[in-house]
Design a protein around this ligand. Structure first.
Ligand SMILES: Cc1cc2nc3c(=O)[nH]c(=O)nc-3n(C[C@H](O)[C@H](O)[C@H](O)COP(=O)(O)O)c2cc1C
Length: 332
């Protein structure tokens, strides 16, 4: 599949953009475990325009391999276009527009999934952003606002006419948030009506699920979100399975704990002790799923207050699982 000047895998597997998750450290973990395609967390167009320093850190793409895809959210064509220019100047190779975030705080500003209810504005935002930057613009949508208003096929056609290069469909409505099952049939119906590549998203938890989605919807690639939490290998394992049919083994507990350790070091390096410590907690809870006494460790992880104590706790769990120190990086 092609995305602008980039030749992607025949059936690319994308790590889903996830606010509070797909930061630079997590993107590194995905690539380290064999994944190729990642997208930043969603980034506010206005925060970029108003020079918010925290937001600028979110578009730090330094040292990351191509394609570097940044997701933006907003509700006004001209501010989205201005933000797109900023992101392009910071080295993005593609811009994804969020038209699916269901959170009330976002929707009430007319952003994210609110655009599913105003497809004229959605099309205008897409066409204005497409004209503002010389890189591909992609869009991520949901099926529609609610069951009574499923309009993904119609919106897809309008976005295609606006000039976008690829569309991701999360097969749920806004009203579903993340509950219920994703309805893959609508991915098939949306794909059938347009020519640009369609990436299917929703409820893929294994390489086999991804293959099943491709078979049943004829989508051009897949995107995985929650299944990769504490399990970044899922992206690379799924890519390998789609590329050549090889089902790589799942990581064992020792490997999961080793990656947790690397992830922690990355977060500390990038965000400092206070924020790094705070942010590793949720990831650690996911990584240690399946480890003996995980519930006890989870409680301890939530109360540890320093980098040194957290590191000692991770090392303790790691060695109890049989991990050895010669395979653990950064031991000094
Ligand atoms: C914690 C969390 C944060 C998310 N943040 C974003 C986001 O920033 N942008 C976006 O387009 N979707 C976001 N999503 C939706 C995911 O990208 C994805 O569409 C959804 O989780 C369905 O895929 P899955 O069933 O594989 O998890 C988020 C989902 C979760 C659970």
């Amino acid at each position: 599949m092609r995305l602008g000047r980039h030749n992607l895998s025949q059936k690319p597997v994308f790590m889903a953009p996830m606010a509070g998750i797909t930061d630079k450290a997590f993107r590194h973990m995905i690539r380290l475990t064999g994944g190729k395609y990642v997208i930043t967390e969603m980034i506010s167009d206005k925060a970029l325009i108003y020079n918010n320093s925290k937001t600028f850190k979110m578009i730090d793409l330094e040292g990351e391999p191509e394609p570097r895809i940044v997701q933006l959210f907003g509700s006004e064509p001209h501010t989205m276009a201005d933000a797109a220019k900023i992101v392009f100047e910071h080295g993005a190779d593609a811009i994804d527009i969020n038209m699916g975030c269901p959170t009330p705080k976002i929707v009430k500003n007319g952003e994210g999934a609110a655009l599913l209810r105003d497809i004229t504005l959605a099309e205008k935002i897409a066409s204005t952003v497409v004209k503002s930057v010389p890189i591909p613009v992609t869009v991520k949508i949901r099926l529609g606002w609610d069951d009574s208003c499923i309009n993904a096929p119609e919106l897809a056609l309008r976005l295609e006419q606006a000039g976008i290069a690829m569309l991701t469909v999360h097969a749920r409505t806004r009203e579903q948030y993340y509950s219920g099952n994703a309805d893959w049939q609508w991915i098939a119906r949306t794909k059938a009506g347009i020519k640009i590549p369609v990436i299917g998203n929703g409820d893929i938890n294994s390489p086999e699920d991804a293959m099943e989605m491709i078979k049943t919807t004829e989508c051009d690639g897949v995107m995985i979100g929650r299944g990769a939490l504490g399990n970044p290998w899922l992206i690379g394992r799924t890519q390998t399975f789609l590329d050549n049919g090889i089902l790589l083994p799942e990581p064992d507990n020792i490997e999961r704990l080793r990656m947790l350790f690397i992830h922690f070091e990355q977060l500390i390096d990038l965000k400092g002790e206070r924020t790094g410590l705070q942010e590793i907690r949720k990831h650690a809870a996911w990584y240690i799923k399946g480890v003996r006494k995980a519930a006890d460790y989870r409680n301890q992880i939530m109360t540890v207050k320093t980098y040194a104590d957290m590191k000692a706790l991770f090392l303790h769990i790691y060695s109890l699982e049989g991990g050895t120190f010669d395979t653990l990086p950064n031991q000094s």
